[in-house]
Design a protein around this ligand. Sequence first.
Ligand code: ACO
Length: 407
Amino acid sequence: MGKSVRNDASKKRKVEEITTTANSADDVTTEENLKPPAADTANKKDGDSGNPYDKLRWITVTNDGEPANMIKLVGLKSLFSRQLPKMPRAYIARLVFDTRHESLAILSDDPTVKDSDDEIIGAICFRAFPEMRFAEIAFCAVSASHQVKGYGTKLMNLVKQEGARRGIEYFITYADNYAIGYFKKQGFTKNIAMPKGRYLGLIKDYDGGTMMECYVHPSIDFTRIPEMIQAQRQFILGRVAYKANSSKVYPPLPKDFRPNVEGVSRVNESAARAMAIPGMREAGWTMNDLINAGGQGKEADRQKNALKNEMLSIVRKLEEQQFAWPFREPVDTSEVLDYLDVVTEPIDLSTIEKRIRKGDYYKSKKMLHSDLTLMVNNCKLYNDDASTYVQCAVSLEKYLEHLFNDA
Ligand code: ACO
């Protein structure tokens, strides 16, 4: 395999029968860090890189009048016509045989189908606009018996590879609606980033298709993506292993562990004690981190306690008022049987006090005010306006205004 019959001297005559092994050495920049890890290749047989692209037989072909190429183009036209039945046959033939269009095809290895239509597993027909650094994919198809076996992906990667080699930045296509999913998986998107000025007037707008675009990164070897990702993963894991100390286990601190904090100011003593624990420094902690963390924590605790005390004092003041008696304890629903039919969120001062003491319930005085207002409104909702209960509620409401507005 690997025979190249391309004659570069004559631009007209253009057939390549290539295996990736044959052309990759010269054409593809393979960076050192993209090489597959040694452990992975060790399991492979001699001469077998394990990369499926290395065994693939593929060609690029265009209409240069050569009989061998014309046979291939007829095969391609048949494939596209079979797989794209809604596309007019004459239109397919026109583009496939157009001298500005090229097709990249994956060929079968089976010698019994050589030089027949069945030899072509799949193909992509495209036209490059080198001056605008983009190419338009006209047709893409894989023969029915080879679909969903990964050939569509391989075809696209080979086309991208070929495009990148020639300085193509974008591939665009009008994808059939039922093929949009396939193109998305190949990195195509409906968001067109290529400036309109580059393709306007060069490609036609087609009905019944969605324009999609794929950026071709010049430094990606599209036939080595799994190896590239594996190499990147191994590199990152290696760096993590190199930097991390998580595997290092320190012996427990002795019971009489008394770090020397002599000369350290009193406020920084606890941070100094923490820093003396083996592993703290290695884990990336610094004295400043600990001082800041401790300070912030203390400040947050201080603020929390201040709020708690202020809220408790509000509730205590309320409880002392003569109009507070209906609100001190929860309404006894075993006696007031219909209470819960009317009031969906019962609340009272003893419940509010428990919530404050719990610590985390009220994050602000505003939240406490909401519960107290709810308590007033519940009372007004359940009782007659003329009742003593509602009079108490109105007095409490006024008192709340005074308490919270003056605060
Ligand atoms: N819709 C959604 N996802 C799809 C489709 C689809 N029509 N076809 C394939 N996929 C998915 C596969 O499930 C696979 O996903 P995975 O990587 O998560 O497993 C991924 O795309 C690649 O699949 P392959 O096996 O590599 O693709 P396949 O060899 O089947 O080729 C192709 C796909 C070319 C669309 C083939 O099904 C075909 O020839 N269909 C008929 C012709 C056609 O519709 N061509 C596109 C018309 S648009 C145009 O030519 C511009």
